[in-house]
Design a protein around this ligand. Sequence first.
Ligand code: GLA
Length: 392
Amino acid sequence: MAEPQEPGSSSLLAAARRAHEEAFGGAAVLAAWAPGRVNLIGEHTDYNDGFVLPMALQLGTVLVGSPTQDNTISIVTSSAEADEPHKVQFPAPRPNSPLSPGLPRWANYVKGVIQHYRGGPVPGFTAVVASNVPLGGGLSSSASLEVATYTFLQQLCPDDGDLVAKALACQKAEHTFAGMPCGIMDQFISVMGQEGHALLIDCRSLETVLVPLSDASLAVLITNSNVRHTLTGSEYPTRRRQCEEAAAALGKASLRDATLPELEEARSSLGDEVFRRARHVIGEIARTSQAAQALQNKDYKTFGKLMVESHNSLRDDFEVSCPELDELVAAALEVKGVYGSRMTGGGFGGCTVTLLEAEAAAKAQKHIQEKYSGTATFYLTKPSAGAKALPL
Ligand code: GLA
């Protein structure tokens, strides 16, 4: 059954404060929280200047800490990979001695954000990271760590408070320190999420529209396949390159500007794989605007149908699904009261997202678990607010 979702961050915060006392022998005086996200529709569209429709989760990352008098930054995490040390220490960056990525891998997200922070200079500090976003589960554990770090730094040495610039700095940290050429969706929703709403983001203009999602008769069920993905592998950058190749061949700045008839016309010159990648993106951008409109109208049937089309396109044309995700989607769609289901996030494992009648949620979890060849984990979650400082 779904794991109970505490509202916000209270038990994580308590655990992180205790860990800070233990690790550093003193109380943390500052704390920040940033959520993970689930994307309802609009997959692999963000780096094509398209639309996405994510919501922030009640799962997230807390960072607590205190400034120190020396120039040293010391960080302890409760969620490192099993083979990695839980603690790192390094000198605060200065113009002639910038930070660079290395091991342990989890620390690169923190270091990248410190390096690209827009306030500063960042002084020495101690900090503890605690997260309940499953690692590599497609729910943006990385973005929530980056944005929590940035939000912590805003209290330590304030910047100008520009939220768009904050999301962009966190994305840059991921590009340069984690080697993952991600789009803007994850960092953006972790910063901008609003309780009771999904957020339609135009990834070209970075303009947003809040779409209400608080109907008590409706539920969003996340199902973790517990198959791990690593997006820094070659698949994600390859997809990105193929999309750029297609846009260039069509004479467009990005696939946002391309239409399906134009793509069809160029089919023979593109090669089958690049053609199908572009067909997914162009179709998905259109589906995402239609889905946002359907959600505005509380037309959940249409929304669900678009989710299924999205999944099929990600499976067949973009080829980022996997048998486990396909199984979970098929099982969900067999349950009465389910409007739609699809893989969510980068793909190759991770989670599915299912829109369903609230009263079908228990039955759906039971059925999916029975049908799934692996072991699934469920999260029933509500759209939550973006990053914030936590009072101590
Ligand atoms: C990952 C990236 C996002 C986005 C999704 C796919 O989560 O971080 O920017 O591209 O994959 O939609």
